[in-house]
Design a protein around this ligand. Structure first.
Ligand code: ASP
Ligand code: MG
Length: 401
């Protein structure tokens, strides 16, 4: 007998019919004789609606009560799913995070899991029950309900799979797996059958929205392989696991992030401490800086550009303008007509010339590269936003035709 963890996302339980279909899927697994633990997200866009309700009452809702409110979305799904399973004659028990032994720190709305005590889960499995757990939540040492950040049900699923030493962990969603690029833009995109944790993490930070990045980090840290598959189709499926550089493809995926903005400091003094000051201030305000480019210095002065997420642009610009005045920069400007295109591949680390192939494709399309950044397994280029989709198609064609 195996222990199976399945996670169903919000779109998989978006309405009553879908909940019934998911219940049947769960029962099918149970019928094979396995122990089944299910993690479920809030129905459809429930979490967004709860956020908006809170803001209509209070524009700065107290975080503890915001978490209390947000946690209810997942609990609704759990209760309904249990009812659907019982309707088909199987025994299920629903557990909100705090009853499932999920202990977190006290950072409301983005708590980290500190410990899982699977006693209750294992006890109910031993009683032959299907255990349904609310994703995205836990309880803190202050005995408050906490939530794990957007997309946090993924994290719950991975952490539970680790805690009960599951034989299989399956993440069910509305797509057939992880694609080589966004199939809405490039219909030729293919499903990736196997991918490493590192590549999944690079994909998340390159703007692909497959899974919560924290969940992948935890899977990598504790070596918990998992499968991403569709709730609605038997096709596809992507296994995410540990892989060696030799096993990795040179390019596994190409991603486009259209939610980026660039900030440029003109003519700041070129001396020690300047970057430390600028990025120190941004860091203090929790702004993530992505690509950084500094020019060659002229008369002891230089230009400095970096990118941030569009959602952080205004805040980052305000901080940067203040810094610009202090440092006597000639000017500080921002530009959100940019996008970032990234190729990712574990095998890249062993194969020279991959970046050059990407640059050549861009050159042939007459697309100018404004910034470049690389890691062992990734190359990113910042280009004009209106050229992003064209670049994505051509680069995908180069590596996957
Ligand atoms: N319901 C939460 C969200 O929308 C958590 C999740 O779906 O994973 O972010
Ligand atoms: Mg999700």
């Amino acid at each position: 007998m195996s222990k199976i963890v399945q996670k169903y996302g919000g779109s998989s339980v978006g309405d009553v019919e879908k909940i019934k279909a998911v219940a049947e899927k769960i029962i099918k697994e149970k019928k094979t004789g396995n122990d089944v633990v299910v993690i479920v997200s809030a129905m459809g866009k429930t979490t967004d609606s709860l956020f908006s309700l809170a803001r209509q009452i209070n524009s700065m809702p107290p975080r503890r009560e915001l978490d209390l409110l947000l946690s209810t979305g997942e609990i609704v799904s759990v209760a309904l799913l249990c009812m659907a399973i019982e309707n088909s004659g199987y025994k299920a028990i629903g557990l909100p995070g705090f009853l499932a032994g999920i202990y977190t720190d006290t950072v409301h709305t983005r708590a980290k899991i500190k410990k899982i005590d699977p006693k209750k889960i294992l006890y109910e499995l031993a009683n032959d029950k299907i255990v349904i757990i609310a994703g995205f939540q836990g309880i803190s040492a202050e005995e408050s309900i906490t939530t794990l950040g957007r997309g946090g049900s993924d994290l719950t699923a991975i952490a539970i799979a680790g805690a009960i030493n599951a034989d299989r962990c399956e993440i069910y969603t509305d797509v057939e797996g992880v694609f080589t690029t966004d199939p809405r833009i490039v219909p030729e995109a293919k499903i990736i059958s196997e991918i490493s944790y590192e590549e999944m993490l690079e994909m998340a930070s390159a703007g692909a929205k497959v899974m919560q990045a924290r969940a992948v980090e935890i899977a990598q840290k504790y070596k918990i392989p998992f499968m991403v598959k569709s709730t609605f189709s038997e096709r596809g499926g992507t296994m995410v696991k540990e892989m060696t550089l030799e096993e990795g493809a040179v390019v596994t995926s190409v991603t486009l992030d259209e939610h980026q903005a660039k900030i440029t400091f003109f003519n700041v003094p070129d001396k020690p401490g300047i970057a430390a000051q600028i990025f120190g201030e941004l860091g203090k305000e929790n702004i993530n800086v992505d690509i950084i480019v500094q020019n060659v210095s002229k008369q002891d002065h230089t230009d400095l550009s970096f990118t941030v997420a569009s959602s952080d642009m205004e805040h980052a610009l305000e901080i940067s303008k203040r810094q610009g005045e202090e440092l006597k920069a000639a000017n500080v400007i921002c530009d959100d007509n940019i996008c970032k295109i990234t190729i990712i591949g574990l095998g890249m680390a062993n194969h020279p010339g991959v970046a050059a192939r990407m640059f050549k494709v861009l050159a042939e399309e007459g697309i100018n590269i404004e910034m470049i950044s690389t890691s062992e397994i990734r190359v990113s280029c910042v280009i004009r936003k209106n050229q992003g989709k064209k670049a994505l198609k051509s680069i995908h064609n180069e590596f996957f035709k």
